[in-house]
Ligand binder design. Sequence first.
Ligand code: MOS
Length: 759
Amino acid sequence: MTIQGPIRPQPFSRIGKPTPRIDGAAKVTGRALYPSDESVPHAAHAFLVTSPIARGRVAGFDLGDARAVPGFLDFLCHENVGGQAKPPKQMAGGETTTTMESDRIWHDGQIIGVVLADSFEAAREAAFKVRIQTEAEPPSATFGSAGTTEEQREDEQKEDFAVGDAEMALAAAPVMLDAWYETPTQHHNAIELFTTTCAWNGRQLTIWEPSQFVYGLRGNVAQQLGIEPADIRVVSKFVGGAFGSKGGATARTAWIAIAARRLGRPVKLVATRDQGFTIATYRAETRHHLRLGANGEGRLTAVSHEGWEVTSRPSFYNVSGTETTARMYAAPNILTRVAVVHADRNTPGFMRAPPEQPYMFPLECAMDELAARLGIDPIELRRRNEPARDPVTGLAFSGRHLMTCFDRGAAEFGWNRRNAQPASMRDGDWLVGLGCAASTYTANIAASTARVTLRPDGQAQVRLAGHDIGTGAYTVVAITAADRLGLPVGQVTVEMGDTEYPPAALAAGSSHTASITHAVVRACDALLAQIATAATASNAGAFAGREPATLSLRDGHLVAPDDSSESLADAVGRISAGAVEAYAENVPDGMPADAIGKLYQGQLPILRGQKRVDMTAYSFGAQFVEVRIHARTREIRVPRMLGAFSAGTILNPTTARSQLMGGMIWGLGSALLEKTEIDQRAARYTNDNIAEYHIAVNADVRRVDVMMLPEPDGAVNPLGIKGIGELGIVGVNAAVANAVFHATGQRVRRLPIRIEDLL
Ligand code: MOS
């Protein structure tokens, strides 16, 4: 049953109580099955053969030694299966590179063959014994390499802005800040590797693969193989970290499906850590030209932000964070532009806060630089530029509490102890610096569906093809259903991550909690409507002849406003001795009605929040960082971080805190440690392992405080959820760079900031 129209407020809501993860015990006891853990009888093992060059063609393979490995079964490449799959559809940015469809090599580490064998060890050994002949051409690695091409971004999903006349305003500005910034290549490096297991049963294909969008993966593979989505099932019950890297379909899945079809037995692939750098997506390096014009009081007269991003040859994938730049501060003149630079690289993709993480870095550093130039406190500078309405569209903000975040955060952090003079604070051998920056992220929501059942004994079950990528999604679904059905959380079981269940929107863009919980609420309300209608239509019982819409569920009972009540055993049992079931769809206001049809097809959903015409909806935060830099060695430590966030309804403070803290810690690693190094001549990633790709570890992370400010926002969506998946990471890089400046007087505009930058 589909019920649209307003979602009624829940009269007995207990949302917002700290709740431990309902899947926690399963995870720590090993009962939680990640996709490659699923036991698939008689599976063969695959090992990928990847390109040793970045540009050219495959001239042939010598398989003599590989075939001699005991257990070797088969070798797939463009010669024998190339015509059997089309490249996956990019979720954004047009065409992507091909893999085994032809002999063409687009990038180093591209999949060019698949070895199949009886064991993983045999497959690996045989793969290393495949001799690859190539015809190489000189590759282009990155910005500034010979042979790259640059074009202005063209993308229907993204916008750039020209408000007023920024060039003229900049030329006339009493104070102008003009600077260039750089962010590096980065890879997600989730602990769980990229895996795919495929099994055919006649025409039916089952895929076990970690995914942020199981219906999307199903639709994409169906299109690649030319089969019906309904003939594919995707299972992804648990995901060991994704951060965007498991959001889109990549090439490997279809090849493993083809391998399983050819062999007539299931095939399992667990790609290696280094292969993950090139067979999946990553955060591309960016460059920025930032110009701020201001008057003597620090009021912005112009903001200009031009960005450059690297992508692959055929794709114009870009993240374009300039949409957020244009909305941050009250400037009457705004100019933004983004260009993509094509190189011989794999196609980049979503990585936590794809636009804001790289684009807020220059903006928030530039604001800090402007504050220092004007002798104004950086928080005060932001206050003077706080816009009353969206500076681009003139729309009202749906809750904009940036300054509340700064003020509450500053008080807690002890900002008033900061001496504004750079390099003025010292503790023994350590130079002390305090820095801050703003965070923000679009409040997104997408269409989604859910099915809920309730038994007379008060056990409820929620099923939807949602995704818990480590965020606590199972738990927020249970909380939402328990709240709505008037049950303890322990009486709700949740099943997700399987296309056997009704479709849920993708777990990305900080949209998933808002998307799935609204569908769960609608399904629970549809269930209540059935129960209440039966109770009021009955000739017997407490509610005979009453109005069904006045009844609610509370504490295992159906109740009326006058507190008369009936047990669930009676109320549910009146309809069924088994279970009452309801299915519901939620299409957020203002979204096209075909959103649900597209969801079933596995098309990339439109996230409400982008191009919203009734209001501009963002979450906000303020990041504070203390750095200590050793006066002689320039070693950089971060003893203290604090983030104050305003993100609407927080369904579960326990998992929300963890999510925000995780984002902040990643922001720290991203500012000081993380960089994928590229061999310029070979266009090859050199530190493609987690020994040399540095991330923040325990010793790097000291005190991290998370403040979640209460923000009732009934306008953004009925439950007031703005999303927190990305908010925690945004701005941390700038806050660190600003703190480094404050400690040393040295302004570093290129990430990551390392000892050598401060010598
Ligand atoms: Mo997230 S980078 O939007 O999957």
